[in-house]
Design a protein. Structure first.
Length: 143
């Protein structure tokens, strides 16, 4: 919590000194940031591809949703356990990711918009794929 508070505080002070603290996030950017936050938090916390990054802090438990794994925090050491709790929980990570996007919109809005757009497109693609699979499964059950 100290790290998070310090990061947010330093970003706020720098934004005030640079005059970027007056920037507003548009409703469009907020929707973009919302979808991108959801996708990036899940990508970090649950994606099988990112499991090597979580490995020092988590243990594999079982498979989760499509291309996802369920992990639990390692018990050895308080810091390792705390980081494990954070990196295995998309809800916990969302606060950090949204803060990162907010800071990005303050200091590098164009770049942040591109990254958020890409993640939003991937999230949309994921949901379309899940809807397609569900419709396909329903059609097969009706046969």
């Amino acid at each position: 919590m100290t790290l998070f508070g310090g990061l947010a505080g330093v970003a706020g002070v720098v934004a005030a000194l640079r005059g970027t603290a007056e920037r507003r996030i548009s409703p469009y950017d907020l929707l973009l940031m919302t979808a991108a936050t959801h996708k990036l938090a899940r990508l970090i916390a649950k994606d099988a591809v990112t499991s090597p990054l979580r490995m020092p802090f988590t243990r594999y438990r079982e498979t989760g949703g499509p291309a996802e794994v369920m992990e639990e925090p390692r018990e050895e050491g308080q810091l390792r356990h705390a980081v494990g709790e954070l990196v295995s929980c998309p809800f916990c990570l969302a606060v950090w990711v949204a803060t990162g996007f907010s800071i990005g919109f303050l200091f590098a809005p164009r770049f942040t918009r591109v990254v958020a757009s890409m993640l939003t497109a991937v999230a949309g693609s994921d949901y379309l794929r899940l809807i397609y699979a569900s419709l396909q499964q329903s059609a097969e059950q009706q046969k």
